[in-house]
Design a protein around this ligand. Structure first.
Ligand code: S3P
Length: 446
């Protein structure tokens, strides 16, 4: 059965008083998915704390259970997994439903692709539109094959994993951490070395976590912006303790809300500052944002920081295409900051935004346009003409996309007229408690 979304929740944001307080956003989505999948592939008990308990990650937990791992919630954000070992997945009795999540689905395709089992993958109407062929291509070289798929290799699809997985050297045609991760996860069961050569480095949580679980992984620089990642296969993964840091992609929403709402000052606690995730911070600082790092520390293998954010006058900037992988999920909220800046912001090289939970390039432009902001798409670039504010008054279609919903609501916290979204229910995929957390900081959301 495909995932049934909860009933639509129209929500409106109104201009709010200054935002204040200490806020901790939920655990990182990328690390949460990976900790469940690697826990399921290790032999013995993995313990996770701070897991993001959003719908996307809960669907991955269910999928790992359906594949044979024991997955238990032991407390708030605390989970225990008894893994089955690399190559140890069993045929699931029913289709695996990944709901809205490209990450859960593509990483699980990789993990299943290296096992001699057959599984059906499905998701909601948004996920059914997203490209999966990009993952099926390298998996075919490894020895996995789709038995059935919708047009263009889309979901629902049934994958027969490789009986004797072949180690490959793979150069992804697009900068995608999901694609890289799928290949590495399939390569876990292959003899010899599986190598991914990236022209542009993407988030490195899979390779870091594989090493944390005891696999042999080598990472070398490649070209100007790339990396070459080599995994030694037929690895025996050891169970691990994983502490999930706060998600910088979720922190982005209260952060920009504080920047654009007059006299705001907030502290964001324990936000992960992995350099492959901090493109938004770099860009906002170039725009003049007052973001101070109060305390930098290492938590469970990742650098995290408490950040103080104060309302700031922003100016327009050029965002280079090579920064896109380090802020790929942050463009909708950056576009909101750009509307409140003075001057033109040009964000280059956003082709991949067209295949996110929605066509995010179009959805972001529509969101701004409906609220009186001058915006254009030129090729793969998004150009926002900032006038230091937004008229608001728009009704935004979120297209089953959590980040469009949150961006639009943040925009409405400082616009002249309120901003309404048709459906805020998808926010629960990545940021459960968003509305409550923002309200506690002083946001007028209803
Ligand atoms: C993710 C990778 C990115 C990102 C997504 C999470 C991951 O997708 O947009 O939200 O955890 O690997 P792509 O790999 O498709 O760029």
């Amino acid at each position: 059965m495909p995932h049934a979304p909860s009933s639509p929740t129209p929500t409106t944001a109104r201009r709010s008083g200054p935002l204040s307080g200490r806020l901790r956003v939920p655990g990182d989505k990328s690390i949460s998915h990976r900790s469940l999948i690697l826990g399921a592939l290790a032999v013995g008990e993995t313990r996770i704390s701070g897991l993001l308990e959003g719908e996307d990650v809960l669907n991955t937990a269910k999928a790992m259970r359906a594949l044979g791992a024991q997955v238990r919630r032991t407390g708030d954000g605390a989970w225990s997994i008894q893994g089955v070992g690399v190559g140890g997945f069993a045929d699931p009795a029913e289709a695996l439903d990944f709901g809205n999540s490209g990450t859960g689905c593509r990483l699980a395709l990789g993990a299943v692709g290296g096992c001699p089992i057959t599984a059906t993958f499905d998701g909601d109407a948004s996920l059914r539109k997203r490209p999966m062929q990009r993952v099926l291509d390298p998996l075919a070289r490894i020895g996995a094959r789709p038995l059935a798929a919708a047009d263009g290799g889309r979901l629902p699809l049934t994958l027969a994993g490789a009986r004797d997985p072949i180690p490959i050297v793979y150069e992804p045609p697009v900068a995608s951490a999901q694609l890289k991760s799928a290949v590495l996860l399939a390569g876990l069961a292959a003899p010899g070395e599986t190598t991914v050569v990236e022209q542009e480095a993407t988030r490195d949580h899979t390779e870091r976590m594989l090493a944390h679980f005891g696999a042999e992984v080598r990472v070398e620089p490649h070209g100007t912006h790339g990396r070459r990642i080599t995994l030694t296969g037929q690895a025996e993964l050891r169970p691990a303790v994983v502490r999930v840091p706060a998600d910088p992609s979720s922190a982005a929403f209260p952060l920009v809300a504080a920047l654009i709402s007059a006299r705001s000052e907030i502290i964001l606690e324990g936000v992960m500052t992995n350099p492959l995730r901090t493109g938004l911070m770099t860009t906002l600082r170039e725009m003049g944002a007052a973001i101070d790092i109060l305390e930098l520390r290492n938590e469970g293998g990742e650098e995290v920081a408490d950040m103080r954010v104060r309302a700031s006058s922003l100016c327009g900037v050029e965002v280079p295409a090579e920064r896109a992988p380090a802020m790929i999920d942050e463009y909708p909220i950056l576009a909101v900051a750009a509307a409140y800046a003075v001057g033109v912001t040009r964000m280059r090289g956003l082709k991949e935004l067209r295949v996110k939970e929605s066509d995010r390039l179009a959805a972001t432009a529509d969101m701004l346009r409906h609220n009186g902001v001058a915006v254009e798409i030129e090729g793969d670039d998004l150009i926002v003409e900032g006038k230091g504010g937004a008229r608001g008054g728009g009704h935004v279609a979120t297209h089953m996309d959590h980040r469009i919903a949150m961006s639009a609501l943040v925009m409405g916290l400082a616009s002249d007229a309120p901003v309404a979204v048709d459906d805020a229910s998808f926010i629960a995929t990545s940021f459960p408690g968003f509305v409550e957390l923002m309200r506690a900081a002083g946001a007028d959301l209803a």
